[in-house]
Design a protein around this ligand. Structure first.
Ligand code: UT7
Length: 336
């Protein structure tokens, strides 16, 4: 006897970005850079920066609240909270613990997931597996980063790239019966890691390998260090292959994709991925110009914007892909 397992589907999306905007012109006064360089090399014009006293879980809870409201589900009905982040409030306990408290979500298991810019896709894939196995209920998946506090504001090769923000989805078991021809939900996810590139994007200090000393702090060993070009090349290749592999797993062709909701690290990366996939760049949801690279938050922020402004409609086929430190990357296909 075959037991049919529920597919997971997205019931609500939400986002939060801090109100303070830091423009490229502002950065020109802080480091040796220009608006022209940042715009041409990355596509970024401005990014949002968290206010003093604002912490990661504040942003995550705000995005989560918006997603729950759209889903019409009270926080007390959540069966799990997964937060993708590398910039939690505290090294211990998890950011998700604070999110649970801020949302009033009862005692559901709540944990962080460290997969950097791929954190949201990793979280969505895990939530999908729980729901497919029948243990799901409603799961809140958040991607959130407060990167401005872990950047070296004297390093022009990194500080101009990133921004703060949070995005969230509520996933739950599909309410559609087996008779539905084009079921909505998470159709496929593919995740990968290549640890041989671990040093290409790293916060080297502050862990067991390099405990923090006054010298390490002075050398900004507790801040983000990146070999940009190395990551660029592998990003184009791996984002393309992960998207193709997840489309294959979903039995879908690139021309059937309505929207690509990709991690926003660099406009040039996304244009090259679009060309390799033969998907017109107009079908990419782009907001890097206004937010910069918000790491794990970038996919759910872009998703929420496009859902709320009506570009993404129920039944649309979405291809998602992300890559970041690890390197960890992945792809997903979702029928919204
Ligand atoms: O989200 C996680 C994954 N991260 C990524 O996917 C990021 C991938 N990498 C990138 O997006 C790009 O490599 C960067 C945007 C980080 C850098 O762009 P690039 O075209 O690869 O520049 P580059 O590192 O080759 O640097 C070119 C020049 C260098 O000067 P010289 O050596 O040619 O004289 C840099 O020193 O640009 C210089 N440069 C800058 N100039 C003005 C580097 N940063 C800046 C800056 N302003 N902010």
């Amino acid at each position: 006897m075959s037991i049919s397992r529920p597919r997971s589907r997205i019931y609500g999306t939400g986002r939060y970005v801090p109100s303070h905007v830091l423009t490229n012109q502002d950065l020109e006064c802080m480091v040796d850079t220009t608006d022209a360089w940042i715009t041409e090399r990355t596509g970024i014009k401005e990014r949002h920066i968290a206010g003093e006293g604002e912490v990661t879980s504040d942003m995550a809870a705000a995005a989560g609240r918006a997603a729950l409201e759209m889903a019409g589900i009270p926080a007390s009905k959540l069966s799990m909270i997964i937060v993708g982040t590398i910039s939690p409030d505290t090294p211990m306990p998890a950011c998700a613990v604070h999110v649970q408290q801020k949302l009033g979500a009862g005692t559901c298991p709540s944990f962080d997931l460290s997969a950097a810019c791929a954190g949201f896709l990793y979280g969505m894939s895990i939530a999908d597996q729980f729901i497919r196995s029948g243990q799901g209920g409603y799961i809140l998946v958040v991607g959130v980063e407060l990167l401005s506090r872990i950047l070296n504001w004297k390093d022009r090769t990194t500080c101009v790239l990133f921004g703060d923000g949070a995005g969230a989805v509520v996933l739950g078991p599909s309410d559609e019966g087996p008779e539905v021809e084009r079921p909505r939900g998470v159709l496929a996810t593919k995740l990968y890691t290549d640890g041989s590139l671990a040093e290409a994007l790293v916060i080297p200090g502050g862990g067991s390998r390099e405990p923090l000393t006054p010298e390490a702090l002075a050398a900004s060993r507790n801040k983000v260090h990146m070999s940009g070009q190395e990551i660029f090349k592998v990003a184009v290749k791996n984002l393309t292959s992960a998207t193709k592999e997840s489309l294959d797993a979903a039995g879908m062709l690139p021309e059937q994709v309505d929207w690509v909701v990709a991690h926003q690290a660099n406009l040039r990366i996304l244009n090259q991925v679009a060309a390799r996939l033969a998907i017109p760049p107009e079908r990419f949801i782009l907001n890097i110009e206004r937010y910069g690279n918000t790491s794990s938050a970038s996919i759910p922020i872009a998703l929420d914007e496009a859902v709320r402004d009506g570009r993404i409609q129920p039944g649309h086929n979405l291809a998602m892909c992300a890559l970041g430190a690890g390197i960890s990357w992945g792809g997903a296909v979702v029928r919204f």
